[in-house]
Write a protein that binds this ligand. Structure first.
Ligand SMILES: [Zn+2]
Length: 346
């Protein structure tokens, strides 16, 4: 079938991209003993007492005859990728054991700290915490939905909510859950594809929340003005995502873009809450202050404690209570706007 062949070809291209991906070097992987270990492991499939089954049956792997986009080929590429991942993991653990016995501190390998795996999870703690963040957004969104739809009065003529930002928060919830979903996948298995999906989703969420903060702070209610506010940011964020995916995944540049977008929206919320004397400004300030503190964890990058808890995973932990408080603020804002509008109507 033509359609089937197309899917196979695409999957094969994708797999090839994954095999060729990740070229960055860290202190750990420039160590010649680590490199020799990985090379040996990949050819023999044996490291210490571990046997890596993905690295065995080499005779099959070298047969490149026939159409290169058949399923056999995809399977072989997948095996090669898994062989490399497993060898890197066991060699890293071996080297770290040796370094520890010499009293040396842990170093990074291919841009990452030496994490202990649990089953298929490469960074189990960050993956689990991302899943909890997703859940927090889901429950927050659900209770916001129930509040505006059933608990608060609706406009008599249109049956729509009094709160003017309802649909904007719905989109926010979907983008948040999407970002945390890809974050947990990326921390489960770090390959080129999952990394790009994680980064792209995070940038999309940050860009959208920046737009939302400006719309709320400047009280923009009519569609035309909203589009005017959103268009330049949307254009920039789209270009940035395309740049990361199809030109270069430049970590330094992406970090700058994300920090600027985050700082601008945190300041927007904080100043707006103060100026308008919003009744729930204390909640909002806590989220802003907590969010800013949490960002410091990302900058203070320490190796994983007990092989699991590094700075990044603690950052994912800190956003869990902040998310709860954040949705609580959003619900307060909906109640506050609704009661103001009803008072005005009377
Ligand atoms: Zn993460």
């Amino acid at each position: 079938m033509g359609g089937g062949a197309w899917v196979v070809r695409l999957a094969s291209l994708l797999a090839l991209g994954l095999v060729l991906g990740s070229v960055e070097a860290s202190l750990g992987d420039i160590d010649p003993r680590y490199r020799t270990c990985v090379k040996e492991c990949q050819t023999t499939g044996i490291i210490g007492e571990n046997i890596i089954s993905h690295c065995q049956n080499k005779e099959n792997d070298t047969s490149v005859g026939g159409s290169w986009y058949n399923q056999e080929q995809i399977y072989i590429q997948w095996k090669q990728l898994s062989c490399r991942t497993d060898c890197r993991y066991f060699c890293m653990m071996q080297r770290e054991g040796e370094r520890q016995s010499l009293g040396l501190n842990p170093v990074k390998y291919h841009g990452k700290w030496p994490f202990l795996r649990i089953s298929v999870f490469q960074e189990p703690l960050s993956a689990a915490l991302s899943a909890i963040n997703l859940l927090m957004h889901f429950t927050g969104w659900l209770s916001f939905f129930l509040l505006v739809k059933y608990k608060l009065p609706l406009r008599p003529q249109t049956k729509r909510t009094y709160y003017e930002y309802t649909s904007l928060w719905h989109i926010y919830a979907i983008l948040s859950m999407n970002a945390w979903f890809w974050s947990s996948i990326f921390h489960t298995r770090d390959i080129d594809l999952t990394e790009k999906l994680d980064y792209s989703s995070a940038v999309a969420l940050l860009g959208y929340s920046l737009i939302l903060s400006l719309l709320r702070a400047f009280n923009v209610k009519d569609e035309a003005t909203r589009v005017m506010f959103a268009a330049p940011i949307l254009a920039f964020v789209t270009t940035h995502i395309l740049y990361l995916n199809f030109y270069e995944l430049d970590y330094g540049w992406n970090m700058k873009v994300c920090v600027v977008m985050a700082v601008v929206q945190l300041l927007t919320w904080a100043i707006w809450a103060g100026v308008t004397r919003h009744p729930s400004r204390l909640k909002l300030w806590t989220v802003v202050f907590g969010g800013a503190l949490a960002m410091l964890l990302e900058l203070y990058d320490f190796p994983p404690y007990m092989g699991y808890a590094d700075a990044h995973s603690l950052w994912h932990a800190s956003t869990i209570p902040l998310t709860y408080l954040w949705w609580s603020f959003i619900k307060d804002d909906a109640e506050f706007r609704t009661s103001t509008l009803i008072k005005k109507a009377k």
